[in-house]
Design a protein around this ligand. Structure first.
Ligand code: RFL
Ligand code: PHB
Length: 390
């Protein structure tokens, strides 16, 4: 088989890139090692920046997001028993975010790809990129007991943190930067109305908590937990009790509890791989970088990578110019590092670390108090939260 671009990974970055290429008349094949159902069973991000929403619209898969997504004009920070609202809309000159689950984004992109005749191959084993240093790269994979080969012009490594793309450039001058945090997030989904119509990020001496949602009837809540904690240690009642303890009393009283329909623990990490291009192989999204979920930036960074790479490939095929693909890594990384800084800062300010102690707790509270009184500090937070420009 031959195509123009092989996309490894059918997560949001691979599917978004694939659809933009298809719309532009650039042939592509998406390969994933797991099934569509498995991918749609993963519960992940929930907050979309405007840039991501625009890309979804540009791909043609944005209609349901506009119908069912919840536009949010602000969110709350709680600390020292107080609540402070960050007015995203007012502080950023009219910007907002969209609360719409990654699972739904992925489903919409999969459906649109099927409707527009895009080729996707699921349950492809041992996917491997080859010869991307030269002008004739190809990708091999195994399926139904046979080895297959796809020749192509470019390979997009959209295969997440554990994928094969970054591994295949490990000995080619790849540099990695990493910070692993000494705690995780225990998250649940429950079919109950959210405690508030906006998200609440809570700083508390017992640890961080986050009140989020997927709809007006489905809540997504998180509490900071120990890295070696296990889901089995947490009954639903224990989760609700801990969540309520970490919220100011008036918010805690309004929490509607119910059975969890999902419960899992995610570790927190900051990670960047440089550069993001090796000859004709590009690293995109989580394959190249990870942020802790505190600033809701992971999926949104994947989207800005896709934007830069799509521009590059479009220019290559349309204008026979290498300029934008040559600039891909530098352009993407400039935005990645700023989102890394923001997510790291928000994680440091909102969580309890082993060394935080009483002094550290007071420092966090003083910083949040300052933020609540300073329009300049609030605006800086708001500007980063809604997403820096592409
Ligand atoms: P994905 O989604 O991991 O998709 C990669 C795909 O590649 C496939 N794959 C392979 N295919 C073939 N061969 C191989 N060897 C392969 N290895 C892997 C996988 O099966 C998979 O289908 O990466 P992508 O597309 O770059 O998307 C990144 C986002 O998924 C990620 O950044 C976000 O989920 C992060 N994140 C959040 N981001 C936000 O912007 N806002 C949020 O509110 C937010 N909340 C979160 C999050 C991530 C979380 N977890 C669990 C990590 C909350 C959580 C709890
Ligand atoms: C979520 O709804 O899953 C979510 C929202 C905001 C975050 C992280 C996760 O910062």
């Amino acid at each position: 088989m031959r195509t123009q671009v092989v996309i490894i990974g059918s997560g949001p970055s691979g599917l978004l890139l694939g659809q933009l290429l298809t719309n532009a008349g650039i042939d592509n094949v998406v390969l994933d090692r797991v099934s569509q159902d498995y991918i749609l069973g993963r519960i992940r991000a929930g907050v979309l920046e405007e840039g991501m929403c625009q890309l979804l619209d540009q791909s043609g898969a944005g209609a349901r997001m506009h119908r069912e997504g919840l536009p949010h004009d602000g969110f709350e920070l709680t600390f020292s028993g107080r609540r402070h609202r960050i007015d995203l809309h007012g502080l950023t000159g009219g910007k907002r975010v969209m609360v719409y689950g990654q699972t739904e984004v992925t489903k919409d992109l999969m459906d649109h790809r099927a409707a527009t005749g895009g080729v996707s191959i699921y349950e492809a084993e041992n996917v491997a990129p080859h010869d991307f240093d030269g002008a004739s790269p190809y990708v091999t994979y195994e399926k139904d007991g046979k080895t297959h080969r796809i020749d192509c012009d470019f390979i997009a490594g959209c295969d997440g943190y554990h994928g094969v793309s970054r591994k295949s450039v490990a000995d080619k001058g790849l540099e990695e930067f990493e910070r692993v945090y000494p705690f995780g997030w225990l998250g649940i989904v429950s079919e109950v109305p959210p405690v508030s119509h906006e998200l609440i990020y809570a700083n508390h001496e017992r640890g961080f908590a986050l009140c989020s949602m997927r709809s007006t009837t489905r809540s997504r809540y998180y509490v900071q937990c120990a890295l070696d904690d296990r889901v089995d240690n947490w009954s639903d009642d224990a989760f609700w009790d801990e969540l309520r303890r970490r919220l100011p009393a008036e918010a805690a009283e309004k929490v509607t509890t119910g059975p969890s329909i999902e419960k899992s623990i995610a570790p927190l990490r900051s990670f960047v791989a440089e550069p993001m291009r090796f000859g004709r192989l590009f690293l995109v999204g989580d394959a190249a970088h990870i942020v802790p979920p505190t600033g809701a930036k992971g999926l949104n960074l994947a989207a800005s990578d896709v934007h830069y790479l799509f521009e590059g490939l479009q220019e290559f095929y349309g204008e026979k110019s290498n300029a934008a693909i040559d600039a891909y890594s530098q352009r993407a990384l400039a935005r990645v590092w700023k989102a890394e800084r923001f997510s790291w800062w928000m994680t440091n300010t909102m969580h309890r670390f082993p060394e935080t102690g009483r002094f550290g707790q007071r420092m966090q509270e003083a910083e949040l108090d300052y933020l609540s009184q300073s329009e300049a500090a609030s605006r800086s937070l708001a500007e980063n939260y809604v997403g820096l420009p592409y």
